[in-house]
Design a protein around this ligand. Structure first.
Ligand code: FE2
Length: 269
């Protein structure tokens, strides 16, 4: 076998193997110019809303954003940026380009994408935007979905998110009767010794199955977290509460599938 082809197959095998073992993977993004454009657009929208000049140091502006905003107005502010970003026709395809090759490897090449990309802003010591431990599949997501999570600042410790890798969930399963608890705090206490706090730099992407337990706690670092996330699934994998046309829209459909979907038997058949 050609050396180059063999290398690519081995590389793909180890990538898939690692994802299957852990249920998540962190990789460098594929298109740095696109990420820069997305970050610049977020900053442009934010400074327009605040009616301030563009910052010289983009990283510092985003990380110290909590000094510029009233905590009570955070959600309205976040929604304004989210709506504006999602109104740009180029935004979603650029976002997808950051991890297109990884998504095709993990999910397939006939894909649907969440209609709108989410934006999350976690200010230091703000308990209003905590996501307690959960798995999206418990609340109406299909188990066939992949989440693409992109930070636009470096994320670490409580400024990031935690995840319970598949191997760790399997380990805990052996010693407990059930993960069903009366509160998410109780569940967090069961898994907290086995969770992974994700260290993700600007320029990297996290791809994870939302079947894994995950969440965040109050950000006690002295920096603001900015991140985006979006779900993908194979066009023909089973749907749950989030339907095609409502929550998802087609991203890539192959010509033979288009013919098949539009086929009508000739008259009389
Ligand atoms: Fe989630």
């Amino acid at each position: 076998m050609d050396k180059e082809v063999k290398y690519r197959i081995n590389e793909f095998d180890s990538f898939s193997k690692k994802f299957l073992e852990n249920g998540y993977i962190i990789r460098p993004i594929a298109n740095f110019d696109a990420l820069d454009k997305i970050r610049d657009t977020v900053i442009q929208i934010a400074t327009d809303i605040l009616e301030i000049d563009l910052p010289k140091d983009k990283e510092f502006f985003l990380n110290s954003f909590h000094d510029l905003i009233d905590y009570k107005k955070l959600n309205d502010f976040r929604l304004s940026i989210y709506n504006k970003l999602n109104s740009f026709s180029w935004f979603k395809s650029l976002y997808y380009s950051l991890a297109e090759t990884y998504i095709k490897s993990l999910v397939g090449n006939e894909l649907v994408i969440q209609k709108r990309v989410n934006l999350s802003i976690q200010l230091p010591n703000d308990d209003s935007s905590i996501l307690p431990v959960h798995a999206d599949v418990w609340n109406g997501d299909s188990p066939y979905e992949l989440v693409m999570w992109i930070p636009i600042v470096d994320c670490y410790a409580s400024k990031s998110m935690f995840i319970l890798p598949i191997e760790e969930e399997n380990k805990i399963s052996k010693s407990i009767k059930s993960f069903r608890t009366s509160s998410s705090d109780d569940l967090f206490n069961i898994i907290k010794g086995n969770i992974k706090w994700l260290d993700i730099k600007f320029g990297e992407v996290l791809l994870f199955s939302q079947n894994l337990m995950h969440g965040n706690i109050v950000n006690i670092e002295n920096e603001t977290r900015w991140s985006m996330n979006c779900r993908y699934k194979s066009l023909f994998s089973p749907y749950s509460a989030k339907k095609l046309g409502e929550f998802f829209e087609p991203l890539s459909i192959k010509p033979v599938t288009k013919l098949g979907m539009n086929y009508k038997f000739p008259k009389g058949f």
